[in-house]
Design a binder for this molecule. Structure first.
Ligand SMILES: Cc1cc2nc3c(=O)[nH]c(=O)nc-3n(C[C@H](O)[C@H](O)[C@H](O)COP(=O)(O)OP(=O)(O)OC[C@H]3O[C@@H](n4cnc5c(N)ncnc54)[C@H](O)[C@@H]3O)c2cc1C
Length: 384
């Protein structure tokens, strides 16, 4: 008998495994990971520095304990190079391994900042515990940090590192922070509050060239030819689902690995969830969607075929300088933001053209209203 196999021990892989064990204590379960397999909270990577959290402190459960809890075999530092669905098999670390059913939970990878220059390879992206380890080492001798990108992760790092004592500059092609998620007024409030604490914003710009100077600093040439010097460059311009294994094996992929409501790919016995998956056309690189998907998939794997549904899923932005909670409206919904402002408290409500509430954003003290508005939102993805 071959094991039910999960590729990936991030939050998606481990959550499916945990949910499955609740339903089926006996199935033969194997997890494979290219990393060390310790369970950690990835969202904490962007607010851990200020709290002086070492990478080891972010580990919530070591891999040995995960294997024990899950009654599973966990193969660490094992890189899957090829899927062979026709044989229910894959290649990893030069061995062939068979599966009964396969779950792809292989995450996303950072989009590289497109630029030229001899120091391109020195730009950091933080998407794993080992990336965070590298960041902390680099920060030991640094004073100035430049962050590329003003989305969620860029803003969170800007807040965290500024509070941690660094001189922070954010370079972004957008015109205000969080521009894909919130109306301008909210982004501008975050911009102002971080600026008051010392963050420098350079909007409407990208970096086009990076070199290392003799004093071990980096010199960045921006798209308008402005030149800045910095000790560290962090790229936070977004993540892209890992689709290479699936693509090479002939699975249907678009932006992510395409799955239906049952998390099934187009190939028998192969499923996908988490950052690598595109579920009903949606690529949602957050924890709540993957938790909902994991619960549904575990039931399906245990024999109770279950479609995933998403409730409204708020995002808490980890910028203590300007507390923000967002429940973004689905991209497909047309409508308008209605904004009320009182000092640093902003209430933005997104109404559709038929006057249905479809999203909200709250800042400052009124983030406590989260549950009130959440209850009024329709599910993000309801039953089919
Ligand atoms: C800095 C940061 C802050 C964030 N903050 C928030 C937040 O506040 N709220 C929120 O909701 N979300 C947040 N997110 C997003 C959230 O953390 C992710 O959506 C989630 O952790 C993704 O989990 P995953 O299991 O799908 O992928 P990952 O955690 O990336 O796990 C992928 C796994 O697949 C394995 N793998 C990949 N390829 C292979 C291969 N070929 N062979 C073997 N193993 C392989 C890897 O080793 C790893 O174990 C944040 C993300 C980042 C980077």
């Amino acid at each position: 008998m071959h094991p039910l196999t999960i590729i990936g021990t991030g939050l998606a892989g481990y959550t499916v495994a945990r949910e499955l064990r609740k339903l089926d204590p006996h199935c033969y379960l194997r997890l494979i990971t290219a990393d060390d397999g310790h369970l950690y909270s990835k969202p904490m990577l962007s607010n851990a520095f200020f709290y002086n959290k070492t990478p080891e402190m972010l580990i919530t459960t070591p891999v040995e304990q995960m294997a024990e809890q899950l009654q599973a075999e966990i193969l660490t530092h094992t890189f899957v190079t090829q899927l062979e669905p026709q044989w229910h098999r894959f290649q990893a670390n030069e061995q062939s391994l068979n599966y009964s059913q396969l779950v792809l939970a292989c995450g996303a990878k950072p989009i590289l900042t497109p630029c030229t220059g001899t120091a391109m390879g020195k730009i950091l992206s933080i998407n794993s515990l080992s990336d965070y380890r590298l960041l902390r080492t680099a920060l030991q001798t640094a004073k100035q940090v430049t962050i590329i990108g003003s989305g969620l992760i860029g803003c969170e790092f800007a807040n965290d590192l500024q509070a941690g004592g660094f001189s922070v500059t954010v370079v972004s092609e957008a015109t205000y922070p969080l521009n894909r998620l919130v109306p301008a007024l909210v982004g501008q409030l975050l911009q102002q509050l971080l600026q008051e604490r010392g963050v420098t914003w350079l909007f409407g710009k990208t970096i086009k060239h990076i070199t290392q100077t003799t004093s071990a600093k980096y010199q960045l040439v921006l798209s308008d030819n402005q030149v800045i010097e910095t000790d560290i460059v962090i790229s936070a311009i977004g993540l892209r689902p890992q689709i290479e294994l699936a693509t090479a094996a002939g699975l249907t992929v678009k932006e992510g690995i395409v799955v239906n409501r049952y998390l099934q790919t187009n190939v028998l016995d192969i499923y996908a969830l988490g950052d690598c998956a595109q579920i009903e056309g949606l690529v949602l690189l957050y924890v709540m969607p993957l938790m909902n998907a994991a619960r549904a998939l575990a039931k399906t794997l245990a024999g109770q075929t279950t479609a995933v549904t998403y409730p409204a899923m708020p995002i808490v932005v980890k910028t203590p300088a300007c507390p923000i909670v967002i429940s973004p409206p689905p991209n497909t919904v047309k409508g308008q933001w209605h904004i009320e402002t009182q000092g640093q408290d902003i209430r933005g409500l997104f109404y559709t053209t038929t006057q249905q509430l479809a999203g909200f954003v709250l800042t400052g003290k009124i983030i406590t209203e989260k549950m009130t508005w959440l209850k009024q939102l329709p599910p993000f993805l309801s039953t089919a």
